[in-house]
Design a protein around this ligand. Structure first.
Ligand code: KE4
Length: 446
């Protein structure tokens, strides 16, 4: 589908009709806010099916997919081996509410990949995993305060909807009504990559902080990497003050490397949170870490956490097969090579049109900003040129490229993305950058 001046609705009449119906049934017509296209405008695209690197919408338009369901479809949509594993598990029943052998197989795979996790608990979402990890950390330390970073998103549990990223930032809802002040007051926030402020917060709160939770690469404010040595300082401060360090690797886990970002930066978090990829597109989350901390969790300890569908056999089968495919030789080399080809191509295309543009990637996760200088924290991300992002998103969408519908999200690709898919994406990007460069009201980047 080449870009032309047809209005998006002409391209997608069925999505338009479905959206008009959905808005009367579900808030904003969606079941997760970021899907509503609120910050990029236009009608959300209703997808009908996916395979490999591609999505097809209800109007039959095909897209090269760069959200991969926000990370889970890392081996490609509808991978035959994953589908076979799901079908085999489902044929034996969907859910038993009893222990199953598969849960230990998945646990073994995760623990083998991330040795800092000595014991874990499977749940059904990243939100559930993050909120549970913090409950355990509070119980383990006997403290209440937690520290998160502006722009990070750790799911929608009350205590974490404070200066949150992702859909909350996209909608300008970095806090949320309904979260009692009595809850939010225990959540401290800091600017990412600001070592001095980190030291100030710890010296002001000394041994009152139960846990620090951080996305080791922030993917919910775009793509923001830590400055060299940042986590050495954070880890040292946590050790000095007896604070539990939690790496929220829901997005980076098995995405930037098989062992997550912790395997790249050499920092051993006390706890790790996972989701997305470990379910391969089915609902699986996990939290885990030091055995002395995880032993606090019921029924081995007093901290209660439970779930009807935790460790669900069908979801676990999907996760096991996904991690198995990812452990094959060359998987992460392929993901990194595709990401590198994509972001370096985008960077040079933007530069060719004089458009300020920064890029970054790690493994199969990437990001870009319409900005001159590197983005080091959420404040920087908000100063990038969001109008250019919006134009770029719509132009690429109409040209068959599905990017995250928010400047405060990362991009993801899969083992199914071919070099020709990347080249087609770069061709579309050149067309989009040309339109942006020729737009009369294009402002320079930050
Ligand atoms: P879920 O509850 O959505 O499974 O996971 C919450 C979560 C926790 N931690 C991190 C680092 C995450 O990125 C997420 C969820 N990510 C968003 C996309 N940035 C999910 C997409 C959505 O909200 O629809």
């Amino acid at each position: 589908m080449s870009h032309d001046s047809r209005s998006p609705n002409n391209l997608r009449p069925r999505s338009k009709a479905l959206f008009e119906e959905a808005v009367g049934l579900m808030p904003g017509g969606v079941n997760s806010p970021v899907r509503a296209f609120a910050s990029v405008g236009g009608t959300p695209v209703f997808m009908k099916r996916a395979n490999g690197a591609y999505l097809w919408d209800e109007d039959g338009n095909r897209y090269i997919d760069y959200i991969t369901s926000w990370g889970p479809a890392i081996v490609g949509h509808a991978h035959p081996e994953v589908l076979a594993a799901i079908n085999e598990a489902a044929a034996g029943g969907l859910s038993f509410g009893t222990p199953t052998a598969g849960e230990s197989i998945l646990a073994h795979k995760i623990i083998k990949a991330m040795p800092a996790i000595e014991m874990l608990r499977l749940v059904s979402s990243g939100t559930e995993a993050c909120m549970s990890a913090l409950r355990v950390a509070r119980a383990f330390t006997g403290r209440t305060k937690i520290l998160k970073f502006e722009g990070c998103y750790h799911g929608h549990a009350d205590m974490l909807l404070v200066k949150a990223g992702s859909g909350a930032a996209t909608l300008g809802l970095s806090g949320s009504p309904g979260v009692p002040e009595s809850t939010a007051q225990h959540t401290l926030t800091a600017h990412f990559n600001d070592v001095d402020q980190l030291r100030e917060i710890f010296s002001a709160n000394r041994r009152d902080i139960a846990a620090v939770i951080v996305e080791p690469i922030i993917g919910n404010a775009g793509f923001i990497r830590p400055l060299p040595g940042y986590y050495d300082v954070l880890k040292g401060l946590c050790e000095e003050h007896g604070t539990v360090l939690i790496f929220d690797e829901v997005m980076t886990g098995f995405r930037v490397a098989h062992g997550g970002y912790q395997s790249l930066c050499g920092i051993k978090p006390d706890m790790t949170v996972l989701g997305k990829v470990i379910g391969g597109g089915m609902p699986v989350g996990a939290y885990g870490g030091r055995r002395d901390i995880m032993s606090m969790v019921a029924p081995s300890g007093p901290v209660y956490q439970a779930g009807t569908l935790s460790g669900n056999p069908v979801a676990v089968a999907s996760g096991i097969k996904t991690l198995e495919i990812l452990s094959r030789p060359g998987a992460y080399d392929t993901l990194a090579a595709r990401s590198e080809r994509l972001v370096s191509g985008l960077k040079s295309a933007a530069e060719g049109f004089g458009i300020p543009f920064t890029v970054d990637f790690e493994g199969g996760m990437f990001g870009f900003f319409f900005a001159k200088d590197s983005v080091r924290n959420f404040e920087d991300a908000k100063r990038a040129n969001l109008d250019n992002f919006k134009k770029f998103f719509q132009l690429m969408l109409d040209d068959g490229i599905y990017l995250a519908p928010s400047a405060f999200e990362a991009g993801f690709l899969s083992l199914a993305h071919s070099e020709s898919d990347i080249d087609a994406t770069l061709d579309a990007a050149r067309r989009a950058f040309r339109v942006i460069a020729e737009s009369p009201n294009t402002q320079a980047g930050r």
